[in-house]
Design a protein around this ligand. Sequence first.
Ligand SMILES: *[C@@H]1O[C@H](CO)[C@@H](O)[C@H](O)[C@H]1NC(C)=O
Ligand SMILES: *[C@@H]1O[C@H](CO)[C@@H](O)[C@H](O)[C@H]1NC(C)=O
Ligand SMILES: *[C@@H]1O[C@H](CO)[C@@H](O)[C@H](O)[C@H]1NC(C)=O
Ligand SMILES: *[C@@H]1O[C@H](CO)[C@@H](O)[C@H](O)[C@H]1NC(C)=O
Ligand SMILES: *[C@@H]1O[C@H](CO)[C@@H](O)[C@H](O)[C@H]1NC(C)=O
Length: 674
Amino acid sequence: MMRIFYFLLPIILLFHGFHCVAFAAVADDQFAFSSFHDAGLNLDGTATVTPEGLLELTNGSVQLKGHAFFPAPFRLRRSPGGAVQSFSASFVFGIVSTYPSLSCHGIAFVVAPSKNFSTALAAQYMGLANIDNNGNASNHIFATELDTMQNIEFEDIDNNHVGVNIDGLRSVQSHTAGYYGNSKNDSFQSISLISGDVMQAWVDYDGELARIDVAIAPVQMSKPARPLVSATYNLSDVLTEQQYIGFSSATGPINSRHYILGWSFGVNQPAPAIDIAKLPKLPRLGSKPRSKVQEILTPIGVATFLLALGIVAVLLARKRLRYAELREDWEVEYGPHRFSYKDLFHATNGFHDKHLLGAGGFGRVYKGVLQTSKLEVAVKRVSHESRQGMKEFVAEVVSIGHIRHRNLVQLLGYCRRKGELLLVYGYMPNGSLDKYLHYEREKSVLNWVHRFQIIKGVASGLLYLHDKWEKVVIHRDVKASNVLLDREMNGRLGDFGLSRLYDHGTDPQTTHMVGTMGYMAPELVRTGKASPPTDVFAFGTFLLEVTCGQRPIREDAQGEHFLLVDWVLEHWHGGTLLKTVDPRLQGHYNVEEVCLVLKLGLLCSHPYNNARPSMQQVMEYLDGDTPLPELTSTHLSFNVMALLKNKGFDPHIMAYHPSSVVSIGTISDLSGGR
Ligand SMILES: *[C@@H]1O[C@H](CO)[C@@H](O)[C@H](O)[C@H]1NC(C)=O
Ligand SMILES: *[C@@H]1O[C@H](CO)[C@@H](O)[C@H](O)[C@H]1NC(C)=O
Ligand SMILES: *[C@@H]1O[C@H](CO)[C@@H](O)[C@H](O)[C@H]1NC(C)=O
Ligand SMILES: *[C@@H]1O[C@H](CO)[C@@H](O)[C@H](O)[C@H]1NC(C)=O
Ligand SMILES: *[C@@H]1O[C@H](CO)[C@@H](O)[C@H](O)[C@H]1NC(C)=O
């Protein structure tokens, strides 16, 4: 094959009439590009070479992929069927994102048997694979990913990592982006792939040892002595006879631009050095050319100028006030998760009522479109006067922001003003579930298949919060109005952890109780202490709510209030369980599933917390992996309202729940009257 390569290079050189400064070095099995003008790479998708000579893999459009391959294949095996020889690649790259703390999805250096990636997907698949062939050994792909998003499905360690991948997106080995210092000081220095800074990467395969070493460093640094990722993997078992080498990149919902500035490659020898001085410049967002004032101002001109200056100063001061934020020293480390108030203000047209999505949970929610990234978001404004607990809360918001799960609404970041906290979430086009359950005229009736899918989704989201994430997150406010529906009508839990903001007292006696009436477990009402079982209780009520199409606190014809749980329990005792099913389903449902969900709802809302199943068990029951245990007669009916009497329920907190089923005032009157 190298013969083909020998022929090819002179042809490329001749063809381009020797403009080829790009070929700093051309030798046997190696190349080096410090500009891509005349590199003759095969490009597809969004990939182009810019007038400056940069290889632009993605172009600022969302959900697209781009590839660039060296045109001729390499034969990396010494002889047909022989072992894969050593090879080295080095490239200089930069990622320019319109949004400083979010970018997706990264760049991959690829060694593949074909240049045709037409069936690969964008977004988290990075243009390398698709749902069906991800990880399949028939892909014969070796890749090094510079990944700027954390994808749980591929077990990504974080949203800023370098990984060695075989045949798919799951890394054999990965490490947070950074480098180990020079030989004198071996400490780890992390770097942000999406900083917009230019960086260099080295990928070396040692055929003798079957070892893959990857390192990255800021462009002005030489190659670090110690690699960042070192994986032992015999590529002889992966690669086919002939291989194409190149890059793959993709964008997801955020329009990032992924650039390669220079690239070199060598077989059985180190990749030639890239001449950093010759590299084209990476474009920066937001830099504006300055113009010089060259006129000589007359005295009148000066006066006008000063007056104008004064007006501008006043306007600026007003503007500053308008967009004023609260920022404290401890927040510095959360910088990337902070949104500016100005951006949120513009995104929501100044929090215009037209953009109001709802006023539930802890505050008003607005729909917005971030101007730079065109990302659709939901912005929640939460009033919060006290600074106490804010630090812990923001730490939690930021850590929760790292959670990605298809049944959880993603928290993108926050912003703080005086007396106010703004939380930015991914936008859910189909709104919240309670609208479908309780306002029949507004939305069409949800059929059982959808309801069951939503139930399973919410269970899986809650299980993730309880058991699967790095630390236990208690939701504290599971209810239908906190379940949002995405484009495919999957249920996603929102608002998790928010109630914690009001729940930071160390003394349980003074702890404010937070939750929504009808969803609160008896022990939560008693002690104010939230736990996974109190979430399970609320989930049980949620199951009944979705199946019966009724609110958790019902009002009968006589105006008496009683709990949905008690009503369903009565019917269960009387053997008429199916009478509780939402009449709007008109009998169109799977009887087994409905009975399972109703009984599970009763089991989860058991008054004794140790009788409730864990979310892991709930998931097994819902999936039919484990049969539901028989309900026993110890399942007592109970009355939260009576319990509430004389307990420290904070009406102030309830005031933040405009969507609460019954206000605290009503409840106390009610229980007082009994
Ligand atoms: C990016 O490339 C795609 C496909 O070539 C094209 O449709 C799109 O308009 C381009 N976007 C920009 C911002 O140039
Ligand atoms: C790439 O592969 C797809 C599907 O396998 C095929 O339809 C398409 O023609 C191929 N493209 C090229 C340029 O070979
Ligand atoms: C891997 O891909 C091959 C060829 O496309 C296919 O026959 C095989 O079923 C796939 N294996 C798995 C586990 O999906
Ligand atoms: C190594 O460098 C890091 C950061 O540059 C510094 O914090 C650390 O103190 C250094 N350690 C030694 C032993 O010099
Ligand atoms: C890698 O695999 C090839 C072919 O299976 C074998 O010849 C070679 O010895 C292996 N290399 C190492 C280091 O194990």
